[in-house]
Design a protein. Sequence first.
Length: 263
Amino acid sequence: MSTSFICKSPVVPALHDKRAVITGAGSGIGQATALRFAAEGAKVAILDINLEAARATAVAVADGGGTALPLVVDVTAEGEVANAIAEAARAWGGLDIVVANAGIELDGSDARADKLELEVWQRTIDVNLTGVFLTCKHGLRQLLTQGAGVVICTASPTGSYGCSPGLDAYSASKAGVYGLIRVMAADYAADGIRVNGVMPGYTKTPMASNMTGAEINDAIARIPLGRPADPIEVANVMVFLASDAASYVTGAVWAADGGMTAV
């Protein structure tokens, strides 16, 4: 994984002594976020459906001098989510940051509505929306006991714009995440909990690895910066939103898309 965009704080790390759980942290943006959080002083629970991937991320965190706890979790299974979050809280005496990042895109099966199979729709909603809800639900229960905390959800431009025709299930699931972020921000502000989202554009992750050359060229042509993001660049925004530097930021969905949604 590239570390060219990692910039450690010069004095006190931005997330010094914070305790975080991150879903989908075995690869891609979740993995990059775990590494960035650890570089900024946080303890990180690495939640992923693939235990070996979670362990690999935990090893990378440890190699960088950080503390990580790998846990296998299917975000569609409420019991697994609840148990993993509780385990992380027990290990570190509480939680400060919850990142609901796990998601799927069933490329090749997702389709426009008249051709979309119910099973594909349901699986996408189960992971991308219900999984985010369950992560937030049980994460918030921990944060409420402390009277403070941060929730960050991974959104997508497809949830706000019709920019991915033929990915109707994925787009709808991310629109749901966008709405959930905003209403939870209103729900929990009085409890000292901030809720925000990050909206990555085309990013070099395993999820994007199935794109054809033509699709890649088309995606890049729509990005003013003229290139895809490195996952670390998205993780940098996560660090800001999780830190005290963003103490007055809640209910926002920050675009990390190279300007794609600005034009």
